[in-house]
Write a protein that binds this ligand. Structure first.
Ligand SMILES: [Ca+2]
Ligand SMILES: [Ca+2]
Length: 136
């Protein structure tokens, strides 16, 4: 009898988030062509069933001499693109080192995610350093 009660109690507890969600990283450096095509850095997630969170955290580190040259998009497993950063010819500071919050609840957690980093203005250059995806 006690065993039955314990079992029913256990069944009523909320199901914990499955292991495999959490933080996923792509750390492989890549040169970004000056005023050229985007660098695409992929992260493939498995073992994270269900949808991505509404407050998906996307941490981006790009080394650059003039970060205003850069346009950055997150691409979800469905192919949908989320603009993280636009170009800005007035922003001549170095580097993008920022965590963006994205409502990705329409995307699955599992699948192929990508960060697209494009340098859209001539002269200043940089390289992709690292990005990560925190699925909660
Ligand atoms: Ca440039
Ligand atoms: Ca790196």
């Amino acid at each position: 009898m006690l065993t039955t009660i314990a079992l029913l109690t256990a069944l009523a507890l909320p199901v914990p988030a499955p292991a495999g969600c959490g933080t996923h990283v792509n750390d492989r450096d890549a040169k970004i062509p000056d005023a050229g095509p985007p660098v695409v850095a992929e992260i493939v997630v498995s073992g994270c069933p269900g949808n991505a969170p509404a407050d998906l955290k996307v941490a981006v580190l790009v080394r650059h001499e003039f970060r205003g040259d850069l346009r950055i998009d997150l691409v979800g497993p469905s192919g949908r693109e989320f603009r993280l950063k636009n170009t800005n010819s007035l922003d001549g500071k170095d580097d993008v080192n920022e965590t963006f919050t994205v409502n990705a609840s329409g995307e699955t957690g599992n699948g192929k995610w990508a960060l697209k980093v494009q340098d859209r203005a001539e002269a200043d250059v940089g390289h992709f350093d690292r990005w990560s995806l925190n699925l909660g």
